[in-house]
Design a protein around this ligand. Structure first.
Ligand SMILES: Nc1ncnc2c1ncn2[C@@H]1O[C@H](COP(=O)(O)OP(=O)(O)OP(=O)(O)O)[C@@H](O)[C@H]1O
Ligand SMILES: O=C(O)C1=C[C@@H](O)[C@@H](O)[C@H](O)C1
Ligand SMILES: [Mg+2]
Length: 172
């Protein structure tokens, strides 16, 4: 039997997908799943290790498989890896799902993630990399989204409440 997530969360690294995703799942009384965690469990290595050992294209192929699988297996809140929307097949799979894009501006992004070696895409000059990353991705996130919630200067609880209202989801 195939399932479909109640809501799929997309957005860049550190925007709060895991934090807000867990709060949303609690409020809705459903489970939380994260495709980055699925990949780490299945591979027995960190995301950074996969990037370093196999390269980004190999990671994206693993990710594409993990996302398509989770979309048919999970019936709660599903957070996708920040770059998963780069794949056109993944974007097509998201059509018909309730997709929440959590957004933030570049300054908030730098504040939240800083210089974190566990995020391989931001290892050098994070502000410039954030700007370029968001220029390349903003339209893709917006294109798959059925709702957008800006997280800048909002607490995770505030973001969660706004998301519930925007998605018109009833609490458990
Ligand atoms: N609304 C918020 N305001 C301030 N800080 C936040 C907010 N939401 C999350 N954070 C903090 O930002 C950091 C990143 O949050 P989180 O891990 O939930 O993001 P993510 O989108 O799941 O990132 P990743 O790409 O690593 O999966 C955490 O330290 C978290 O506590
Ligand atoms: O935005 C990205 O490209 C990424 C986001 C993370 O969730 C991880 O999937 C990985 O670090 C790559
Ligand atoms: Mg996360």
């Amino acid at each position: 039997m195939t399932a479909a997530p109640t809501v799929v969360l997309v957005g860049p690294m550190g925007v709060g997908k895991s934090t807000v995703g867990r709060l949303l799942a609690d409020r809705l009384g459903v489970g939380y799943r994260d495709t980055d965690d699925d990949i780490v469990t299945a591979q027995g290595r960190t995301i950074a290790e996969i990037f370093v050992d196999d390269g980004e294209p190999a990671f994206r192929a693993i990710e594409k498989h993990a996302v398509s699988r989770a979309l048919t297996e999970h019936d709660g809140v599903l957070a996708l890896g920040g770059g998963s929307i780069l794949d056109p097949d993944t974007r097509a799979l998201l059509a018909g799902h309730r997709v929440l894009y959590l957004s933030m501006d570049v300054e908030e992004a730098v504040r939240r993630t800083g210089l974190n070696a566990a995020r391989p895409l931001l290892a050098v000059n994070p502000r410039k990399q954030w700007r370029e990353l968001m220029e390349a991705r903003r339209a893709l996130y917006e294109g798959v989204a059925t709702a957008v919630v800006a997280t800048d200067r909002r607490t995770p609880e505030e973001v969660t409440q706004i998301a519930l209202d925007a998605l018109e989801l009833k609490e458990a």
